[in-house]
Write a protein that binds this ligand. Structure first.
Ligand code: AHM
Ligand code: MG
Length: 324
């Protein structure tokens, strides 16, 4: 039984990674333990329901969105290695320590529409090295491939931390002493799958290649794919990605015909990049149907992106249909 702190120490040494990076990861994880405690309290702490505010993207905020965001920001500000923070819930970046070497980006509570009905939610985080020079929005606009670490904490039946420092993927479970314990090393996303996830209520808006792909899956064993598929939709991306990491699958939140200025719903910097890095470290892939998500040059902190991720065979199939 290895604790998170023992694991981290050994992992940093084995791969000659900077101690400061370990410290930024540790601080992020500590904040998530606090969030986990809050999530577990729910109605007992009076923290369910709407905050009555909107975020920068015009989405309603839940009380817990605001609490999780503040917990992360307050905690990360105490770490001298953190130069700046960007959050899905903040309009602009938060400057921290001038001499800090790292930037932390996060979706403080992904899937928060699920919080009031006691369905899994999670915190997603991405860590970048701070480029030389004064901190600006541009400092954050780095490709997913340039992340130095990413992870998520899933507040589900168990609270689990999934982390990559780009040397494999590690899964930890929070025990009743509030310690994360290493419970799985290097899970692998199977290349083939019979499970898909998409919000089918948007079908009328989908572009033709997505219509074609989903109709092929629904045709089952007598269709071109020659097998029967099962469908899941949790409406918490972090939970869908965890399922895919554990047993394979494909997840789509595609761009559709509604608003060309908004390619899909999900955000590149806070959701897609960190989650695709984890899946890619585990043998999966993530695409915006045109290119690997991790190769996209970001243009804005809150940029949205079309997302297809998970088992290789399926993601490649979706790409092919878009190229035809
Ligand atoms: P959030 O960050 O505001 O929670 O929004 C992102 C979530 C994802 O977790 C999930 O995949 C998607 O929104 C669900 O969307 P829908 O409401 O279309 O089911
Ligand atoms: Mg989210």
């Amino acid at each position: 039984m290895q604790t998170f702190s023992a694991f981290l120490k050994a992992h940093l040494a084995a791969h000659q990674l900077p101690e400061d990076l370990g410290s930024v990861v540790t601080t992020t994880v500590e904040a998530c333990k606090n969030i986990s405690n809050q999530v577990r309290q729910g109605a007992l702490a009076g923290i369910l329901g709407e905050a009555g505010t909107g975020n920068v993207q015009g989405e309603d905020q839940k009380k817990l969105d605001v609490i999780a965001n503040n917990l992360l920001i307050e905690k990360l500000k105490t770490n001298l290695a953190v130069a700046g923070i960007a959050s899905e819930e903040e309009e602009t970046f938060v400057a921290c320590h001038e001499n800090g070497g790292y930037l932390v980006l996060f979706d403080p509570l992904d899937g928060s529409s699920n919080i009031d009905v006691n369905i899994s939610v999670g915190t997603i985080f991405s860590i970048l090295a701070k480029p030389q020079g004064p901190l600006s929005t541009e400092s954050f606009l780095q490709k997913g491939n340039d992340q130095v670490a990413s992870g998520y904490v899933l507040y589900g039946p168990q609270t689990q931390l999934v982390l990559t420092l780009k040397h494999g993927v590690f899964v930890f479970t929070l025990d009743h002493y509030n310690e994360f314990i290493l419970t799985r090393e290097n899970p692998q996303v199977p290349e083939q799958t019979k499970e898909f996830a998409i919000n089918a209520s948007n079908q009328r808006h989908w572009y033709e290649p997505v219509q074609q792909y989903i109709s092929d899956l629904l045709a089952g064993e007598h269709g071109t794919r020659g097998k029967n598929y099962n469908m899941r939709w949790v409406a918490s991306m972090v939970a869908e990605v965890h399922r895919i990491l554990m047993r394979g699958g494909v997840f789509l939140y595609p761009a559709d015909q509604r608003d060309p200025a908004k390619p899909g719903k999900l955000r590149l910097m806070y959701e897609a990049n960190p989650l695709v890095l984890i899946l890619q470290q585990a043998g999966g892939i993530g695409s915006n149907t045109q290119q690997n998500i991790l190769d996209i040059q970001p243009e804005g902190l809150h940029q949205r992106v079309s997302v297809v991720l998970g088992s290789k065979e399926e993601v490649e199939k979706v790409n092919q249909l878009h190229q035809q």
